[in-house]
Design a protein around this ligand. Sequence first.
Ligand code: UGA
Length: 443
Amino acid sequence: MKNICVIGTGYVGLVNGTCFADLGNNVITVDIDENKIAALKRGEMPIYEPGLKEIVERNVKAGRLKFTTSYAEGLKDAEFVFICVGTPEGVDGEADLKYVRAAAETIAKTMDHPLIVINKSTVPVGTGDWVADIIRKNQPKPIDFSVVSCPEFLREGSAVADFMQTDRTVLGSLDQHAAEAVAQLYLPLRAPIVMTDLRTAEMIKYASNAFLATRLSFINEISIICEKLGADVIEVAQGMGFDKRIGHHFLQAGVGYGGSCFPKDVAALAHMAQTHGMHPQLLHAVMEINAFQRKHVALKLHDLLDGSLKGKTIGVLGLAFKENTDDIRESPALAIITHLLEQGAIVKAYDPVAMENALEEIPAINGCADPYEVAKDADALVIATPWNEFKQLDMVRIRDMMKTPILLDGRNIYEPRIMQSLGFTYRGVGRGYDGAGNSQPGD
Ligand code: UGA
């Protein structure tokens, strides 16, 4: 059992703090947002993350998990302090480190005993050294501390499971003893631990996210070629994936990647490369393909609806950037909706948990109570997020309710042949082959 302080109750801080408490540690989570802390104390979660609420409740009840707005209270008995604050995208794609700076300064001013400071936030290579510098400069009197980089690899929507069944832990530090102490916290997870220096650990995080984003842009580009040539991207990905060097993960073509990580991290890595005089061509291509993939949906609709979206009613199923989350940051669904609204379309939409967030962001969306209300009188229906509850809808009912049965399946959850046999004009992503030996009509 260790005493851990976690700074930040966003998705990273809350999941990590709660999971460390669940492993038997004493965790105190600090956030300067009084409303958030008050809500957490009442048992209300600031984010939707499957399974999280139950584990928070269990650990609060057991006295292992506490919430506070006070750094002094958080750091009082702590041996480890995790910095888990946001690093939003700055003006030129660089990571904005204002929250990391504020956390480091406050830790420095508050600490009264030696600490191991662990950076979980995704930060540009070199930030670990910078954080150490800030702490050193802001300490009223010198007290020992070490900085360890421990990048985050959790996925939203499956974060608790990802923490408990992690593939690996990466620890970077110039202080071997500090890194080994942090490694002890991760031993119960029985996963490989990669020990390296600070900058390499920071780079592993960016390289991992950029690689996954590259896979997605690759398969999305292949999907467009498939559409033109009459091949089926799902089967292409399957066929490729059996090669052990390739694998099946992260090869689902769709409406492009979104979320709070890939878009920001690819941009930040490109920015870092550029500021060091390099021209990161691949990263730029990854971002360009991703932007096009979203636009492609609007272009397809444009074609299917006789060249104009003006006054047309488009139903959108799914608003979150992926399933099992209420996060709408960089959501492809919202990017598509913005394109549609710009073209004069009327947009109706439904999402099981992200409605409130999305309506706040784009008030012009007509929020609906369920997928059938979305389909009612729609000129076309777009599936933008692959929520399970969209996978077995009563498609006959949907067809009969729509003004024109046009289905644009941005996540390939339906079978083209079946949808066509039901009378839909169906377009998936990269599904150029209709199952009867022909390219999709009109392609
Ligand atoms: C991503 C990484 O997967 C995590 O390892 C990392 O910790 C996290 O970023 C982060 O840096 O914090 P996340 O953004 O939660 O996690 O979601 P992913 O599951 O990676 O999905 C990202 C986007 O790609 C979503 O829009 C998703 O719908 C899309 N996607 C994913 C596809 O279009 N096809 C796929 O095959 C997989």
